[in-house]
Design a binder for this molecule. Structure first.
Ligand code: 13P
Ligand code: SF4
Length: 302
């Protein structure tokens, strides 16, 4: 452990802090985190944390979700510039238009969204539980926001529903092309291709396995295969190698990186524990409205 990590551990004890980290943040942050996981795990966990302060090492929607689910706690995002662009790629106006047009519609909101969008939605989903949650809804029509690619993947898995798509996308996963998969497969012909459903449908069709970050980790851990091409943010490779020291993991591309997640650094985690600033606040009314779809997700995904 380096000096900064040791200082963070001391500050954590002093202020009664729990540090949560998404798989996509740097390994040196995951080394000092109390909990590491995907969006579903972290949101479930958020309701159970007993420490006074929660430091969320991830992007803004993750900090907001923790605050919505556990409002009595101080929730700190070490760098409030760490934001997911896709979280803003739908509008309240479009939700109102779709509600006016379709009677039997559920607005299904990927957790990668602002609190404002969650507040006008019927249920939230993460990539780990979207299929299960959507299947459990009574509605015929599904308006899936903001991610068109996760929406398309879920619609394939739940053909009994009619989907209306929104045009949002993850700039990191959307930017993968058939040539990237072909190149990686020819370089590592024995490796299985494991992919996040935020990739575009023609790319998803080229994968051996499609799932959330925790799904990818579980699949690789349980698989008899010993090498894998990882088609999601490179940070996950740290966790894959830790769990599977005898297996080989190749990133699809060296620049498969979410620069927003990487805005969380050891330095700003330390600074935030000194200043105890960068607190996340969600206005009361918005919090009450956005808690409903998050709580419904946790219930339906059980
Ligand atoms: P998970 O739901 O797998 O944690 O993914 C979150 C995310 O931001 C993917 O880009
Ligand atoms: Fe958002 Fe994409 Fe980064 Fe995930 S990888 S946080 S969806 S920009």
């Amino acid at each position: 452990m380096n000096t900064l990590q040791k200082q963070i551990i001391e500050l954590k004890k002093k202020h009664n802090v729990a540090i949560l980290a998404h798989y996509y943040v740097e390994g040196e942050i995951k080394e000092i985190a109390d909990y590491i996981g995907d969006s579903y795990y972290l949101s479930k966990l958020a309701t159970t944390i007993s420490e006074d302060i929660i430091v969320m090492c991830g992007v803004m929607f993750m900090g907001e979700s923790v605050k919505i689910l556990n409002p009595a706690k101080t929730v700190i995002l070490p760098n409030t510039d760490a934001d997911c662009p896709m979280a803003h790629m739908a509008t309240v106006e479009s939700v109102n238009e779709i509600r006016a047009k379709y009677d039997d519609v559920a607005v299904v909101c990927y957790i990668n969204s602002t609190a404002e969008l969650k507040a006008v939605s019927d249920v939230c989903v993460t990539s780990a539980n979207a299929v299960k949650v959507v299947k459990a809804l009574p509605n015929k029509y599904i308006y899936f926001i903001p991610d068109q690619n996760l929406g398309a993947y879920v619609s394939e898995m739940v053909p009994e529903k009619e989907f209306i798509f929104n045009q949002g996308f993850c700039p990191v996963h959307h930017n993968i092309f058939p040539k990237d998969i072909e190149n990686a497969r020819s370089e590592h012909p024995d490796a299985l291709v494991l992919m996040h459903p935020e990739c575009r449908p023609p790319i998803v069709a080229m994968a051996d396995y499609v799932g959330s970050t925790s799904g990818i980790i579980n699949y690789a851990t349980e698989s008899d295969a010993d090498s894998f091409i990882i088609c999601t943010e490179k940070g996950v490779i740290y966790d894959l190698e830790k769990k599977n020291p005898d297996k080989k993991f190749y990133p699809l591309k060296d620049d498969f990186i979410c620069c927003n997640m990487k805005k969380i650094t050891l330095e700003n985690v330390y600074d935030s524990l000194i200043s105890l600033e960068n607190n996340i606040n969600v206005p009361d009314e918005q919090r009450e409205c956005s808690l409903k779809p998050l709580a419904r997700m946790l219930e339906l995904a059980k």
